[in-house]
Design a protein around this ligand. Structure first.
Ligand code: ADP
Length: 278
């Protein structure tokens, strides 16, 4: 495969399919083969075009209010949720794009249903909202760390499908990305956070404890993706060891989704033709 003819749909998980994370590539080389030596340079040029395109499409979305767009980014620590946001959506206007991170819930949030804190941050007409972590933490970390009994988190797959169905029925386009990195790549990236003073702020000892539960997290992701990839809210599992490839896949999926919308520039107010500003 040549990187410029990449079909982003090959990373989409069809409803009911298991992603098979253990055997899914985390690197482009596994897909492109050794022939595409210029893949990185080609992809970086394409990414610049995609970024500009997303900027234009986002302005149109904001002007036309043609839809609400929710982008969910999930992945292990260092998988690149922040940098994907910056690199793929950086050309968008802050007027119509918001990023919402979901960390450990507060007491007030815990006292409510787990979707309570999520729903209020979903996009309004014309907006793109990027979730950096999301309601999926409630079937990931909550499962691995045994924060609620199994029967309770298991029922959440169904709630999440219904919740996302409701959002979609009310005009939200939902795109969910699992940024799939290898265990080895994570080791290098965490080490870099320890060795490079500019990255110290990103490191927490807690990340090492989470890394010890890698296998349990993969099992939790496997089930979550299998049970919640739907026509109305598909999951994409993105090979993310190489940033240029990750950005290309996410960028292509987003551009394809926005280009499917009807977004003609809104009609002018009547009487605008020939008007001269004094
Ligand atoms: P990040 O690590 O993405 O930069 P934060 O440090 O603010 O962001 O918080 C992330 C932490 O919050 C992660 O360890 C994550 O597992 C945890 N977290 C997120 N949602 C929940 C939740 N619903 N229940 C428990 N922990 C959660």
């Amino acid at each position: 495969m040549d990187v410029s003819s990449l079909d982003p749909d090959r990373f989409r998980i069809s409803p009911g399919d298991a992603p098979g994370l253990a055997d899914r590539p985390t690197r482009a080389d596994d897909l492109l083969g050794p022939d595409d030596e210029d893949a990185k340079a080609t992809a970086e040029a394409l990414n610049e075009e995609l970024s500009e395109r997303i900027g234009d499409l986002q302005e149109r979305l904001w002007a036309t209010k043609a839809a609400k767009v929710l982008v969910v980014l999930q992945g292990m620590d260092t998988s690149g949720k922040d940098s994907t946001t910056r690199r793929v959506f950086g050309a968008g206007s802050p007027l119509g794009i918001a990023v919402k991170g979901f960390g450990r819930p507060t007491e007030e949030e815990l006292a409510h249903g787990y979707l309570w804190r999520v729903h209020r941050h979903t996009p309004a007409d014309g907006e793109i909202v990027i979730f950096n972590r999301s309601h999926y933490e409630d079937v990931l970390v909550v499962r691995v760390d045994d924060l609620v009994p199994e029967g309770r988190w298991r029922r959440r797959y169904g709630h999440i499908v219904d919740f996302e169905r409701m959002l979609a029925d009310e005009g939200t386009i939902i795109l969910k990305f699992m940024l799939h990195i290898s265990h080895d790549e994570q080791r290098e990236r965490l080490q870099e956070r320890i060795d490079n003073p500019k990255k110290h702020w990103k490191f927490e000892h807690h990340d090492l404890r989470v890394r010890e539960s890698w296998g349990e997290y993969m099992a939790a992701y496997e089930d979550a993706i299998t049970r919640t990839s739907t026509e109305h809210a598909p999951w994409y599992v993105v090979p993310s060891d190489q940033k240029w490839f990750r950005d290309l896949v996410v960028g292509r999926v987003v551009v394809d989704a926005l280009e499917r919308l009807e977004m003609p520039w809104p009609d002018p107010e009547p009487g605008i033709e020939g008007l001269v500003v004094e």
